[in-house]
Design a protein around this ligand. Structure first.
Ligand SMILES: *[C@@H]1O[C@H](CO)[C@@H](O)[C@H](O)[C@H]1NC(C)=O
Ligand SMILES: *[C@@H]1O[C@H](CO)[C@@H](O)[C@H](O)[C@H]1NC(C)=O
Ligand SMILES: *[C@@H]1O[C@H](CO)[C@@H](O)[C@H](O)[C@H]1NC(C)=O
Length: 647
């Protein structure tokens, strides 16, 4: 007995250590995102390119804005401020091009649950672009997001207003080359939106299939002729289901990938930036919708830099030389040019004239940068003073209205120095969430099935001696598994959750589709599962498993000779109350999800939903049955339990 207990303890210890080891390993993989990229460093030893100096040359800048969500029901300021942004802010910044990375319109119904394309929203978006005249002043590249593809059966559909009202009007991935006298810069769009486009919510993940992957590889090849390449799209790579070799691998020659979609995760993650193992920076931008974010990015002598800003906070500052050490892609950027540069370079923008641009490195004031031309301010420096270690550059800009902003970052002129991104953004951006959810879902399903089968065929535990919590639990599971009605119901429910159709309904208006755990079929098209696995997990954790636990508990009470009324009268309230409260919550959630289904995919879907409405009915029936059924086995358990307790 003692030896056995000892062995169990050893096993627990070893298991715990292994788990801790694995966890540490995984966390350190994520937290060194960026450091690993430095293994890919190209030294550009023979780089004979120009170096940053005092003139406004070899430099251009652009703007990104994302998730506008123009809505006919909500927040008119979203549009009026966007118009002011186009008129005033973009006149000041004067970007060479603007990337609007998706979710141009909100496309949600008034109750915010349903989704549809509204021509009014698109007209508003279009008129802002036209009225502001921005299309004449800058190249405007606007692409579709998941909201812009809600409820679109195919791209030629009348409902695809993107085709009519956007500036760019091209669906699909494409390659745009920005030609300048000093070099060519590639912009490659990853269009992972779904076609046909289901209504929300099963439209959250993007997909890149084999053909699209092929196209992207071709575009990546083409871009090798350019000086630098930026990729952009709506979805972060972690929310794209992609064919081999994977969306991150195909963009490995890009200096950065810019996207939107996650907003700021409701404020949880105000900056979502990280770096792929191959070196590509992944830079999600917060939304315009609530947070009024936008981004200015620049290529200065082929060195990439960017800053994320909030609308109407002036002056805007972007330090292009020396660039940030953290946001360096060592595989693609000729960082040695910083070492050979003669001037610190700063882009400063404001609606009123800029009065001072003050520069500090570490704790030393270097003085005022002077206006070169346009928005470029430069200050002569001697990089040799900073050859080793990490340094901090701080720039303070003031304008005639007395407004002042400060910006600073770390830089390094050493090749072997690298900084790491924070853990949370890396976890969010570098994990393939749909794979994780898929594995977790099937593990849950599998472990429940195995548990049921084991208890079905295992010998019943002896009931002699006092029974602890574990003894009683295992006894109750045992009773459940030996009672055909409950055993087969629970088993069927679990298997059905994994393989059966959850509901049939108008996943796109006029197109009936079927939703499974592993994907959605609509319009003769199969969309691989992604969000469905998350829904599957919640179904298992918040319904299937609690219901099984409840059945077990009821069966145990039955074996003790209770009926429903007698158990309510005799059980201790402290045990009973939380259990029933929890049960009511679980049940209410299931009922709510029927309503949700009706609002998102129509009444038909709510009625033809084995996993929702039918399950609610079945649960009610089962809940009555468990207090009323009677079998010879049950009676024998009752007698046995009585004998045990009395002896
Ligand atoms: C861009 O590439 C061309 C050709 O390789 C080169 O001559 C030019 O200097 C590059 N531009 C910059 C800014 O480095
Ligand atoms: C840029 O591309 C054009 C063709 O589109 C080519 O003629 C030119 O040489 C390229 N410039 C550089 C610097 O690579
Ligand atoms: C980086 O390399 C230099 C020599 O090139 C060396 O002196 C220094 O210790 C290295 N630093 C790190 C952090 O490895």
């Amino acid at each position: 007995m003692v030896a056995q207990r000892c062995r169990v303890r050893m096993l627990k210890l070893v298991g715990g250590l292994l788990l801790a080891g694995l966890l540490t390993h995984i966390l350190s993989w994520y937290s060194t995102a960026g450091r690993r990229a430095h293994l890919q460093r190209r030294h550009f030893i023979n780089d004979r390119g120009p170096v940053p100096g005092a003139e406004l040359n070899n430099l251009f800048w652009a703007v990104q804005v994302t998730d506008l969500h123009v809505s006919k029901f909500l927040d008119p300021a979203r549009v009026s401020e966007f118009e002011a942004f186009c008129n005033e802010s973009l006149s000041v910044i004067n970007p060479a091009l603007v990337l609007a990375t998706g979710d141009l319109t909100d496309a949600k119904t008034k109750d915010r649950l349903g989704s549809d394309q509204f021509e009014d929203e698109w007209k508003v978006y279009n008129s802002v672009l036209k009225k502001s005249g921005i299309l004449k002043r800058a190249k405007w590249i606007d692409i579709r997001g998941n909201h812009d593809s809600f409820n679109i059966p195919d791209l030629r559909s009348m409902k695809n207003f993107y085709r009519k009202y956007s500036a760019w009007q091209k669906e699909g991935s494409f390659h745009y080359v920005h030609n300048t006298p000093f070099g060519n810069y590639s912009f490659i769009c990853v269009d992972a939106t779904l076609t046909p486009g289901p209504k929300r919510p099963y439209n959250f993940f993007g997909i890149i299939d084999k053909n699209q992957m092929h196209t992207l590889s071709r575009l990546a090849m083409e871009s090798l002729y350019s000086n630098q390449t930026v990729w952009f799209g709506h979805y972060p790579t972690s929310t794209i289901v992609s064919a081999s070799p994977g969306v991150r691998a195909v963009m490995s020659s890009a200096v950065a990938y810019m996207c939107g979609h996650l907003h700021t995760l409701g404020g949880i993650a105000p900056t979502l930036h990280s770096q792929h193992t191959q070196g590509t920076l992944e830079l999600e931008l917060g939304d315009w919708m609530k947070n009024r974010r936008y981004r200015i990015f620049a290529f200065d002598h082929n060195l990439f830099s960017f800053v994320d800003l909030v609308y109407n906070e002036w002056p805007a500052i972007l330090i292009t030389n020396p660039k940030s050490a953290l946001y360096t892609n060592p595989a693609q950027e000729p960082t040695r040019r910083i070492l050979h540069s003669t001037h610190i370079r700063i882009l400063a923008f404001s609606t009123s004239p800029i009065t001072s641009v003050h520069v500090k490195i570490d704790e030393t004031d270097l003085g005022e940068a002077s206006l070169s031309s346009g928005p470029l301010y430069t200050l002569k420096w001697n990089p040799d003073n900073y050859q080793t270690g990490i340094h901090k550059i701080t720039v303070v800009v003031q304008d005639a209205k007395g407004r002042s902003q400060t910006r600073s970052h770390l830089f390094s002129l050493e090749d072997n120095i690298s900084l790491s991104f924070s853990l949370i953004p890396s976890l969010i951006l570098l994990t393939d969430h749909y794979i994780l959810a898929q594995v977790l879902f099937f593990l849950l399903v599998l472990s429940q099935i195995i548990l049921l089968i084991i208890f079905r065929y295992k010998r019943r535990p002896s009931l002699r001696g006092p029974q602890g919590f574990i003894g009683l639990t295992s006894f109750s599971v045992h009773v459940l598994c030996k009672t055909n009605l409950f055993y087969y119901s629970v088993l069927l429910l679990t298997i059905y959750t994994a393989v059966g159709p959850w509901f049939v309904g108008e996943i796109i208006d006029g197109h009936v589709g079927v939703c499974f755990a592993f994907g959605v079929i609509v319009g003769g098209n199969f969309t691989q599962g992604s969000l469905t696995y998350f829904v599957g997990i919640t179904q298992m954790v918040f319904f299937n498993i609690p219901m099984m636990a409840y059945l077990c508990w009821c069966l145990l009470l039955r074996c003790k000779g209770h009926g429903f009324c007698s158990h309510i009268r005799h059980s201790r309230k402290i045990v009973c109350l939380p259990i029933y409260l929890f049960l009511i919550m679980v049940f209410a959630w299931q009922v709510y999800s029927c309503v949700f289904l009706a609002l998102t995919y129509g009444t038909l879907a709510a009625f033809l939903s084995p996993m929702k409405l039918w399950l609610v009915v079945a649960t009610v029936v089962m809940g009555r049955k468990v207090w009323r059924f009677s079998t010879p086995e049950l009676r024998s358990y009752i007698i046995e339990l009585k004998n045990c307790q009395s002896s």
